[in-house]
Design a protein around this ligand. Structure first.
Ligand code: HEC
Ligand code: HEC
Length: 151
């Protein structure tokens, strides 16, 4: 399976708000790791690794025992494999390693049309709950045609 993004230009340009959809890298594909999907997709959707820079993945994997208030500890060998996968397909960022995709300028820019009150709807709860609106997020599809915002 391959993950596709339109507008990946934004991500490879540094997770920051740059002009949309003009750069060459309109689409980028990368292989999905079934272990990543299973281990990192059990509590939330398995976030695509290119949505954070390598340094962010370092920080996240160094603190899995206290992962946003949850214990996401993994077998050390599995964790090492997944960290390597994340780093291989990581994005780049100008700002120092954010722990959250949802705190990146890229994310805020991409979602600036979503009103504050929408994020707080019961069916959504948190911007990190990608799958609430991106109905195909579990297959790695975040394209516009898969978006439906719950009432
Ligand atoms: C035991 C449950 C659990 C597991 C397993 C888990 N997570 Fe999480 N993760 C969470 C919770 C809870 C949050 C906070 C969600 C929120 O703010 O709504 C979170 C948030 C995140 C975020 C930040 C999302 C954002 O942008 O706000 C990232 C990145 C992340 N997890 C990566 C991972 C990775 C990588 C793995 C696999 C190694 C993993 N998670 C496994 C529970 C889990
Ligand atoms: C409240 C609903 C909602 C949530 C939750 C949400 N998004 Fe979005 N997302 C949108 C909307 C609306 C757009 C903008 C569509 C447009 O105008 O192009 C968007 C756009 C995007 C795009 C660009 C799609 C494209 O092809 O142009 C990506 C990638 C994306 N979101 C990823 C994520 C990720 C990753 C998460 C979770 C960390 C997330 N979104 C959470 C509603 C949401």
């Amino acid at each position: 399976m391959l993950i596709r993004f339109s507008r990946l230009a934004l991500l490879s340009a540094g997770l920051c708000a740059v002009s949309i959809g003009t750069a060459a890298a309109e689409q980028k594909q990368f292989p999905v790791d079934p272990t990543w999907q299973a281990e990192c997709g059990s509590c939330h959707v398995a976030y695509p690794p290119q949505l954070l820079p390598a340094a962010s993945w370092d920080r996240i994997f160094a603190t899995l025992g206290d992962h946003f208030g949850s214990d996401a500890t993994l077998d050390p060998a599995v964790a090492a494999d997944l960290l390597r996968y994340a780093q291989t397909h990581a994005g780049r960022a100008a700002n120092p390693a954010p722990l959250r995709i949802t705190e990146t300028r890229w994310f805020r820019h991409e979602h600036d049309e979503v009103p504050m009150a929408t994020w707080q709807r019961k069916a959504i709860g948190s911007p990190a709950n990608c799958a609430a609106c991106h109905r195909q997020a579990d297959t790695g599809d975040f394209s516009e045609r898969g978006i439906r915002i719950p009432r």
